[in-house]
Design a protein around this ligand. Sequence first.
Ligand code: HEM
Length: 248
Amino acid sequence: MANHSEVHETTAQCKNDLSEQIKAATKNNHVRAENTQLMLSYQKGQITMTEYKVLLCSLYEIYQALEEELDTNASHPAVAPIYFPQELARVNSLQSDREHFFGSDWRKKVIVPAATHRYTQRIRQIGRENPMLLVSHAYTRYLGDLSGGQVLGKITQKSLGLSSKEGISFFSFPGVSSPNRFKQLYRSRMNSIELTEQERAEVLEEAVSAFEFNIQVFDDLQKMLSVTAEAVDQSKSRTVNFPSSPIM
Ligand code: HEM
């Protein structure tokens, strides 16, 4: 049986784990992300097809940047332990989801707000200048997708009345049989990364930024959609034929 000092040591060890520290550092940002208008409509089961389609466009740009930079830096000592392209890569599923809703010329139908460009620019910049910080971005997106994201997939299917999994492959991880076990593995890999105190602080700070980038994307998407809706409303009240939005 473990004596007191061993128990104490185990607890102290956990608190020093990057996986625990990153979760604690981003706790408030997670609450803010959950409470964005877009995520609230999600939780109420009120996500619309238009919202989902524009979200897919932004997610595609974000994962394309993230996965390109992870691939390029796969052998970097801070990236190698958390590099799981087989299990986690999302670009192909986002591609097929976009093709499902936008058709074969989906590549021409890119509607992304400025916040998405800022987020992808930041990912590309750290890929070039400081790949260690990719850990913060990979954590924020992939562990989120394997957590709340699993529920969001079911809500999307129900809200949009989709009869099959077509168009929602983004939420499925065929290479991950148990999201909870995989998250445990991912956390232990994060904890194996050797970081100085200064580097650790930078990783935590970047994770907070990663959440903020996501929040800004959600807020910008919502603004973009309300402007489109307003324009459609105004055109209706003036009984002018307003060209239908490319996203609807
Ligand atoms: C974890 C819900 C949005 C990133 C979780 C967990 C839940 C959850 C239930 C598991 C908590 C645990 O195991 O202790 C939700 C809901 C959301 C949402 C309902 C919105 C409707 C987001 C967003 C992001 C995100 C927008 C980031 C872009 C994460 C991360 C974790 C997580 C990184 C892992 C935390 C850890 O164990 O270290 N989320 N989430 N979530 N979520 Fe979310």
